[in-house]
Design a binder for this molecule. Structure first.
Ligand code: SF4
Length: 646
């Protein structure tokens, strides 16, 4: 494609719309553009507000460059849309426009010259950087009362781009995954269980042309600074298949030049032929979550619409040959029936074990109301039978196998929760070589007593990271205390301490930390509240109740703490994860909570994990948790915590 002439990009009413610096730059940035939407805000009416409007416009135009279609729009004055049609200068009458008339210090050349001009999803941007939505709302609001002008001619704008991307670089996007997951914009398959079917608008980011996406990815790499722990906008995981992106290998190579951190990649296996695996091996350390779903070509084709299933099914052998550790994941989707799924799960797990998978992860099948209006299967039956099969397989396989969310298995099968019980040990890991086995209960690590699962995991993680040569563990095995000891450096494939954790011991999820209760206690005391409602989830509640029985909170006299479990109404279906609750679910629960016998709370406490997206306290629909207090009239506090399901 012929590159347009740099310098003057377009003309509107005889006015140059963009004057470049006249300097060729190799590092052209992807253009982050957003369409203006109808914000529903009422216009400001009186021209007494002219100065305020001018200041607001100038502030916004310092940060955002208005666009008219594909072109940058200059502006040097504005005029109210009301009967008084006097024009007001924007910049002290010196005739200099900061919009479009050249780039300011720090502002980068953008891909606006390339002809690629698709806009990004504003609702999606609002999740990770609500100030972009704020700019859009402010600009749309201003443009509902004024018209911009340039050289006395009206300038009509319908979008904006971010001017200096350096303004937006921060600590929220500090991992390689925050860059490469943005390549997950497409997928070769069409799985019958794909969570992208009926996805909510705020999570959608429609694919653009590969060239445009590459420019965006290059921009993210350029702004990614692993040493400073900073990057440009975070990601919410891998919505589709990053490895299917035509530019994924150059992207990973550019990232590898910047960081030695491991790349943990999810893949459906569709591109994993010998050459691709060899290219990945050169990028080590790499860890792959291989979404195999079935080791049977017929079933994989049926589930995923994969026309060449043998490639993904052959990938484990190639990965093992290349020394790339991997986990095999299976969605236990009961299609065409439960028995067939269970039979295939059994075979697939054995196949993964034989091919040296580090782990097998069985995802209990989930669906939202956006996915299916009617229940596609009986959740209790399918989840229960899947857990029972996994437990049987655990006794026979060498590699650990677990279900996700593991709290479901724990609630179903363990009367006592949060135990430091080992459910599997990675083959050839230090823990395996010391003799740790599934069913062992960790009671001490290097002589430090262990009471709970989070403690065991923390101590093992610390031990692994500390670089200590020798270590010891005490476990309870069939009623007897057994001492295990060994070298922390004693391991081989498929374990390695860069991509593996806890010296190879695998537990039933992260568990619930007692420190959360201490935080809850302090928070309630500080608030002075008397009727406290703590909102949790179906999956976490049993563990929380056990912890509260074992360690009752010390609260001021007369203070009452109750637990509540809001329904996942927004996502609906069989979704029961607390981290997928949204602001409206919490509002509904508080408003519908029966009054009378139970007094209305004067404080609602909610774990922070449903609002952890990029630190803005927003849920998956982009709403701030502060709306809960605004709409219910009850004070709301977040209890800082990490997601505990995994
Ligand atoms: S491989 Fe993943 S992203 Fe692709 S269709 Fe299947 S579930 Fe969806």
């Amino acid at each position: 494609m012929r590159r347009p002439q740099r310098g003057v990009r377009g003309v509107q009413g005889g006015i140059p719309l963009l004057m470049g610096r006249g300097k060729e730059s190799k590092d052209e940035d992807h253009v982050f553009r957003y369409r203006l939407g109808d914000t529903g805000r009422k216009p400001v009416h009186s021209d007494r507000l002219a100065e305020m409007v001018r200041q607001q416009l100038c502030n916004i135009l310092d940060i955002a460059q208005p666009l008219q279609g594909d072109s940058e729009a200059a502006a040097d004055a504005f005029r109210f849309l009301g009967p008084q049609r006097r024009a007001y200068e924007l910049y002290n009458g010196n005739g200099t426009s900061k919009t479009g008339g050249g780039r300011s210090e720090g502002e980068e050349q953008s891909a606006v010259d390339s002809g690629d001009n698709a806009c990004l999803n504003l609702a999606n941007a609002a999740l990770y950087e609500p100030r972009i939505e704020f700019i859009a709302e402010q600009l749309a609001s201003l443009l509902s009362v004024v018209e911009l002008e340039s050289g006395g001619e009206p300038v009509r704008i319908d979008g904006f781009r971010l001017k200096d991307l350096g303004d937006w670089v921060g600590p929220h996007a500090a991992t390689p995954a925050d860059v490469f997951n943005h390549a997950a914009t497409r997928c070769q398959y069409d799985c019958i269980f794909c969570y992208n079917r009926g996805s909510v608008e705020s999570l959608e980011q429609p694919p653009h042309s590969p060239g445009e996406e590459w420019k965006e990815l290059e921009t993210r790499v350029r702004h990614y600074n692993p040493r400073a722990g900073r990057g440009l906008f975070p990601t919410f995981g891998s919505p589709r298949e990053a490895l299917a992106h035509p530019h994924i290998l150059p992207l990973l190579r550019s990232l590898r030049e910047k960081t030695g951190e491991p790349f943990r990649l999810c893949s459906n296996g569709g591109v994993l032929d010998r050459d691709f695996v060899a290219a990945l091996a050169e990028l080590a350390p790499v860890y792959l979550d291989l979404s195999l779903n079935s080791s049977s070509p017929q079933r994989r084709s049926m589930l995923m619409a994969d026309r060449c299933p043998e490639k993904a099914i052959g990938a484990p052998a190639l990965l093992a040959d290349a020394g790339i550790p991997f986990a095999v994941t299976v969605v236990a989707w009961p299609y065409p029936g439960l028995e067939e799924m269970l039979r295939d799960l059994d075979e697939t797990a054995r196949y993964a074990d034989a091919e040296q998978a580090r782990l097998v992860q069985v995802n209990l099948p989930g669906y939202s109301r956006f996915f299916a209006a009617r229940e596609p299967f009986d959740t209790g039956e399918v989840w229960g039978e899947t857990v029972r099969l996994v437990q049987r397989l655990r006794e026979e396989l060498t590699c650990p196998i677990f279900v996700s969310p593991s709290l479901y298995e724990e609630n179903l099968t363990r009367p006592r929760k949060n135990q430091p019980e080992v459910i599997g040990v990675v083959r050839d890991s230090p823990a395996a070589r010391w003799g740790l086995t599934a069913g062992d209960m960790v009671t001490a690590v290097n002589g430090i007593p262990v009471k709970s699962r989070p403690q065991a995991r923390d101590l093992l993680a610390l031990l692994q990271e500390s670089g200590t040569d020798r270590a010891a563990m005490t476990v309870l095995r069939e009623g007897r205390s057994v001492e295990l000891a060994g070298d922390t450096g004693d391991w081989s494939y498929p374990f390695d301490p860069i991509t593996g954790t806890h010296l190879g011991a695998v537990f039933m999820g992260a568990g619930l930390r007692t420190s959360y209760l201490e935080r809850l206690e302090a928070l309630v005391r500080d608030s002075g509240a008397r009727e406290v409602l703590f909102l949790t989830s179906t999956l976490v509640r049993p563990t929380l109740e056990q912890l509260l029985r074992e360690r009752p909170l010390s609260l001021p006299e007369g203070t009452r703490l109750r637990l509540g479990v809001p329904e996942n109404r927004f996502f609906g279906g069989n979704i029961m994860l607390g981290d997928l609750l949204v602001v409206q679910d919490f509002i509904d629960f508080v408003n519908e909570h029966p009054e009378g016998a139970e007094a209305r709370p004067d404080l609602v406490v909610i774990p922070s994990s449903p609002f952890h997206l990029s630190g803005w306290g927003r849920d998956l629909t982009g709403r701030t948790y502060l709306d809960i207090a605004r709409e219910t009239g009850v004070a709301v506090r977040l209890l800082e915590c990490h997601p505990i399901w995994e």
